[in-house]
Write a protein of this length. Structure first.
Length: 755
């Protein structure tokens, strides 16, 4: 089947507009229609100012064409897929469907983004031809950042059409498609709302503060630190009553959800007064005049928020025994998850995937049960007089997941184990680890053979930070590749690609005046990254999430990059009182000098790099990283995180056949006049309150590097000359109290010090 060449979204509210933006992010022209004449145009303008940004680049916004339902509905005839995202009213949706059906051609997909109305209701009374091309594609908010898409089909839905939409949303929109049954709330919201509602009710019953509840319900269970109350603030308090009412009206009286669906006067009062969460005046938490405040669940009054110690134990049984609240919330939630097979999902893996990607749980509910023990959970439920779901009973004496002959398997409804298969084209390092051992390994990195002559270098240190150990293992890897392999991929499956150099070790060394250790780290990084750059084989960096400082520099030195769409890359050293010292300055200078948009002469490129580095600019996406030249135009972008390693490997293999190492660049830098110009610019920023006194010192050191040091305008410094300048500037700053203070505050608070 042909792909989706043009799409349309009807409904330019927050959700519909953001879905249209994601089509545009994928490079697909999209028509955005609203009932209000200028509604779509206004929505696009608003999205260009919204943070976090729905668009990955300003270029993507140009692919969205605004219109209105009254005038522009006939344009749907040229589309391959129409997504309906209007208000959750069945009569309005069906009226729109009839209008669409009169225009569309056979085989054009029509889907609803509904989260509450069953497909059977949506298509009731509609022609068979419409039912054949209709399905539900439930995006999660915000559509750009949330990786889950729940796909619901009906008995009449054309399976080939459903496969086409699933493949497109996977490859182009970057979604992990989970097939859900046509049941109320589908999977993630059915279980997620139960968990949130139970969390609120039980906290009130136990007399806990919102901070205490969130500390228990967050990190101990591998759930974001927002916990329950922080998450409700994020999604919006005003959405909860609507979702609850929808589920309450659709679920049978026997469903456990009804026990959680209680009237909460405090919630009603907060919504009525505009406390709808982060989008309103605040929610369970708010910003007060003297800092963060939290609501008192018993009085409804705000008070200063206080820090609560997170439970120390990582053993879930221990947490349950120490916290009745944890048991009453998570015990019931895990039991409810088990009751949803097969009503909401065909298997346990679909439910786990939905909660991992829809609610950002580190482990799905059945993975959590395996950590607790299915038998232990069933016995405790029975002891509390609670029903034991059939799926949980089927796991008696077993685990829900197991590894057999190097393959991961899950427990099915039939009591037998079934192989977990990845979608075609997906390669995961965690799977490779099940059947192989690393070729090289130390405490901070590993080297894996991922097949077809390609090796994978994996950072394993805290925050995937760079230290002497993983630098040394990278050098060993560079030496190993030419012996019997073709290429090297730099990749890992952590939360972020790399947070940069290990600042904690650097601060410790500085505090004991072990300057030789810091010198060694700088020298090693420069030499090994340069060795990678000029290696006789291609290297492909596969960044995702944050790639900062040294994490950015390894990307800059790789032969090519295959980046996940959500990659936030930048040279942020100035924020901690330093300058890039592993070739970041030299690489960015050569890129901007070669950029065709740059005016000729030594100053424009140096000025652009000075602006980017001195302000610690970080890209807002991989597409934006190309605009900032952290990525080349030829570098690849992968929309689906699960496909990143396979795409990087394919790029490496494609390059290996004809690869030749690059020629060393030469530079023309602005010399003393340029350094003076940079210094004057920073002085002006300081006068205007846009730079601090210490910013001026850091920028002065950066100016020395980017202007060529003592070199004259007519000199042509080499790459090594600039590396030498980076090294010297870094070490001078490392010995400054202002830098040590910045590093200490960053390590302690995670926020930059403005000294």
């Amino acid at each position: 089947m042909e792909s989706i060449r043009k799409a349309a979204v009807i409904g330019a509210g927050t959700m519909g507009a953001a879905i249209a933006a994601q089509f545009a992010n994928a490079g697909v022209p999209v028509l955005l229609l609203d009932i209000v004449k200028d509604g779509a145009a206004n929505a696009i303008a608003k999205m260009l100012k919204t943070e976090p940004a729905p668009f990955m680049s300003t270029r993507a916004a140009k692919l969205v064409t605004p219109g209105n339902i009254a005038d522009d509905l006939p344009q749907l005839a040229s589309c391959d897929w129409v997504v309906e995202a209007i208000i959750e009213r069945l009569d309005l949706k069906q009226d729109l469907y009839r209008k669409i059906d009169a225009i569309r051609r056979p085989g054009m997909a029509v889907s609803s983004n509904t989260s509450t109305i069953p497909l059977a209701k949506l298509t009731e009374g509609m022609p068979e031809r419409f039912k054949r091309d209709f399905l539900i594609t439930h995006f999660f908010n915000p559509p750009r950042y949330m990786r889950l898409l729940e796909l619901v089909t009906g008995p009449e839905t054309d399976p080939d059409l459903a496969d086409k939409i699933a493949a497109f949303t996977d490859l182009m929109l970057g979604k992990s498609v989970v097939k859900a049954k046509d049941s109320p709330g589908f999977i993630a919201n059915r279980l997620g709302v139960f968990w949130l509602q139970t969390g609120v009710i039980e906290a009130m019953a136990a007399g806990l503060t919102v901070e205490e509840a969130d500390s228990i319900m967050g990190r101990p269970f591998g759930i974001p630190k927002t916990g329950v109350f922080g998450l409700i603030d994020l999604v919006g308090l005003d959405l909860m009553p609507h979702i609850n009412a929808s589920l309450a009206g659709a679920l049978p009286a026997s469903d456990a959800f009804h026990a959680t669906n209680r009237d909460l006067p405090l919630l009603k009062k907060m919504i009525a007064e505009g406390y709808t969460g982060r989008k309103g005046k605040g929610g369970f938490y708010r910003k007060g005049a003297k800092g963060r405040e939290a609501i008192d669940l018993s009085t409804g009054d705000y008070r200063p928020a206080h820090k609560v110690k997170t439970p120390e134990s990582r053993d879930l049984r221990t947490i349950f025994s120490e916290s009745p609240y944890a048991w009453r919330v998570m015990g019931r939630t895990l039991a409810y998850a088990a009751s949803l097979v097969p009503e909401a999902a065909e298997d346990i893996h679909a439910i786990d995937e939905a909660m991992r990607l829809g609610y950002n749980w580190k482990s799905g509910p059945f993975e959590l049960i395996d950590k607790i023990g299915a038998d232990w959970l069933a016995e405790k439920l029975a002891a509390d007089g609670l029903p034991v779901p059939a799926m949980l009973a089927a796991a008696k004496g077993k685990s829900f997941y197991r590894t057999q002959n190097g393959a991961r398997e899950y427990l099915g409804q039939d009591g037998a184990y079934h192989k977990l298969t990845r979608p075609e084209g997906v390669v995961m390092l965690e799977d490779i680890k099940l059947t192989s051992k690393p070729l090289l390994k130390n405490a901070s990195a590993s080297l894996w053979d991922i097949g077809h002559g390609v090796l994978c270098f994996e950072l394993t240190s805290k925050s995937n930070s760079w230290d002497q150990q993983n630098l040394e293992l990278l050098e060993q890897s560079i030496d190993l590749v030419p012996q019997s392999h073709k290429a090297l991929v730099i990749y890992n499956e952590g939360t972020h690609f790399s947070a940069g150099a290990n600042l904690g070790l650097a601060l410790f060394a500085a505090n004991i005046a072990a300057w030789g250790e810091i010198e060694k780290l700088v020298t090693s990084g420069q030499r090994i990254f340069k060795k990678l750059k000029y290696a006789p084989f291609p290297s492909v960096a596969a960044p995702f999430g944050m790639a900062l400082g040294g994490g950015c520099e390894i990307v800059l030195h790789s032969s090519a990059v295959q980046a996940y769409a959500e990659t936030y890359i930048g040279l942020v050293e100035c924020g901690v009182g330093l300058v890039p010292a592993w070739g970041g300055c030299s690489e960015m200078l050569s890129r901007w000098a070669a950029n065709k948009s740059m005016p000729h002469g030594p100053m424009p490129a140096a000025a652009k790099v000075f602006e980017t580095v001195s302000t610690a600019t970080v890209s807002k996406s991989a597409a934006n990283a190309k605009e900032l030249l952290f990525l080349r135009e030829s570098d690849g972008i992968t929309m689906n995180r699960y496909r990143l390693l396979a795409d990087a490997k394919a790029k490496a293999l494609a390059m290996a056949e004809t690869y030749a190492a690059p020629e060393p660049p030469t530079y023309q830098l602005p010399g003393e006049d340029g350094r003076t110009a940079f210094t004057m610019a920073v002085k002006d920023f300081r006068k205007r309150g846009l730079a601090t006194p210490y910013d001026e010192i850091i920028s002065g050191e950066l100016a020395k590097v980017l202007s060529g040091g003592e070199a004259d305008l007519i000199d042509r410094p080499t790459e090594q000359d600039i590396l030498t300048l980076e090294h010297a500037a870094f070490m001078r700053l490392m010995k400054q109290d202002g830098t040590l203070a910045r590093i200490e505050v960053m390590l302690t608070t995670g926020k930059p010090l403005r000294n």
